[in-house]
Design a protein around this ligand. Sequence first.
Ligand code: HEC
Ligand code: HEC
Ligand code: HEC
Ligand code: HEC
Ligand code: HEC
Ligand code: HEC
Length: 406
Amino acid sequence: MEGKGLVRILTFCILVAGFSALSAQTAAEGKALFKQQCSSCHALNKKIIGPALAGVPAKYAGDEEWLYKWIRNAPGLIASGDAKAVKLYEENGKQQMSAFPSLTDAQIQGLLAYMKEGDGPAVDPKGPITTAVTDPLADPAIYYSLLGLVGVLALITLLLVVITATLVTAVRAKEQKEAFTFADVLTKTREILRNKFVITAAVCFIFVMGTAKLIAEARTIGLHQGYMPTQPIAYSHKLHAGEYQIACQYCHAGASKSKSAWIPSANVCMNCHKAIAQKEYPGDAARTAQSKAEIAKIYAAVGWDPDAFQYIAGYEEKPIEWIRIHNTPDHAYFNHAQHVVVGGIECQTCHGPIQEMEVVYQYTELGMGWCINCHRNQKVKVLGQDNSDDLTVEDMGGLNCARCHY
Ligand code: HEC
Ligand code: HEC
Ligand code: HEC
Ligand code: HEC
Ligand code: HEC
Ligand code: HEC
């Protein structure tokens, strides 16, 4: 009898775990969909073109049918003269929301779940401006879901053990043998765990997996070719360095002066963006709005009020937390000025066609082999000599370990 009670409790636990995992899933899917389809006009907690949507699930509780109709076809609902729709439309300055006729019920549920749950802990308005985590392994959520999965599997295992034990006990009772006790389960488990074959297999498995992981890690230490994180502001080199041909060193002034090239501060952006609050995309109101929202992040960093055309008094500047892309390990020394000024090497030789990149990514490998290869072949000019000697960096000691390693 006790066995049955336990079975019920365990089944209940598994169901609850399953459902909560499912609802987390729909909220996550809803978030992705929201970013794609709605975020050009809506945010959860502030008005963009449409109103803030965090309160929507509560506002329309009991009136979901209307809400679903609205999300699928707001323009149609307004045109049909629906009183609530017309009122919303008029309250929001007669801006049109797009129609989304192909959204399924499940997708709308996901969107609403995301509106309700939001992005998790609120952003500290005084804190730095950061971006969402893009490396999936750096996102703690994945470890929680793995932990959850392990928990669910453990529960299922336990459930199976209990069911088996209950059945065995029933059979034994029929055969008039003594009941199968919990102690018997432990003894059996212990026997299995002591089995040499099982132990060998487990050790082999852990060893193989561990080695594979180690090798994979070792091969990528410091190497991130192709690394392309999402930056906190959708800044485009293609637009600035490409179309508008702004010189690289206007922003990366360190490249000819120092070891580092430097990332410009928001004040450098403000040299132009005091006067440029958005890029106009004719006929695409949503894209124009997005452009405005991105530039507004520069204003939020330095405390600029574009309407009053002045800085907000006493505003504490927040750094824009650009995610670093290129990074040589600490034990290696690299100097920009030496390469750009003395070596006369173009940025693009090492960084690729940056002026064509909407989002910057690491173009070359930046590994030791890559540095050495160029040092072997690259000719250098030596001041005060003609260059008929064809001196390479190697000839000048450019392959000495100590030149690059402390
Ligand atoms: C092109 C801009 C635009 C897009 C894209 C857009 N909306 Fe809207 N939305 C609006 C506007 C504007 C309103 C205010 C009503 C009006 O003026 O028609 C609104 C109103 C709403 C409302 C009612 C809010 C309230 O306070 O009652 C909901 C809910 C809503 N939108 C959901 C969505 C969802 C979900 C998506 C994505 C699938 C979406 N919207 C995409 C512009 C947009
Ligand atoms: C208007 C300012 C501006 C100009 C002009 C500009 N950049 Fe940048 N650059 C930035 C900003 C801001 C970042 C950081 C955000 C990003 O990675 O997009 C950046 C990032 C980079 C990075 C990646 C840095 C890292 O994190 O490792 C490289 C490489 C780079 N720029 C090279 C260039 C080159 C080459 C040019 C000229 C063709 C150029 N930039 C022109 C502003 C500028
Ligand atoms: C030398 C002038 C100049 C500087 C410096 C500058 N920008 Fe721009 N930016 C522009 C121009 C010009 C446009 C496009 C305006 C247009 O086409 O209407 C623009 C557009 C933009 C846009 C909107 C692009 C889009 O398509 O949505 C963003 C975002 C932006 N800049 C961010 C930055 C950031 C961040 C910095 C500093 C790292 C910066 N800009 C520095 C001149 C500049
Ligand atoms: C010989 C190869 C080479 C050349 C040429 C070169 N870079 Fe770099 N760049 C690197 C390496 C390597 C790093 C990583 C440096 C580190 O981790 O200290 C880097 C990093 C950067 C960064 C990241 C931030 C920083 O301050 O270091 C920026 C921005 C950058 N380069 C811009 C430029 C620009 C602009 C030019 C041209 C004026 C240029 N680079 C020329 C190899 C090069
Ligand atoms: C595209 C070619 C190229 C690449 C790639 C390159 N270098 Fe160089 N490097 C040069 C040239 C050219 C010089 C010589 C400059 C001069 O005349 O002093 C140089 C000089 C140096 C020096 C000074 C050597 C000396 O003898 O004084 C160091 C240190 C150095 N590079 C480190 C690196 C590191 C670290 C990397 C890789 C992250 C790298 N370089 C990648 C071309 C390159
Ligand atoms: C031109 C510059 C340069 C020279 C010369 C150079 N290295 Fe390196 N080395 C690097 C860079 C950059 C890295 C980091 C990138 C990487 O991990 O491949 C590195 C990484 C390493 C590592 C770490 C292992 C690895 O692959 O990540 C070792 C060990 C090393 N170097 C040893 C040496 C020895 C020994 C010499 C002399 C024979 C030497 N290096 C000469 C630039 C140089």
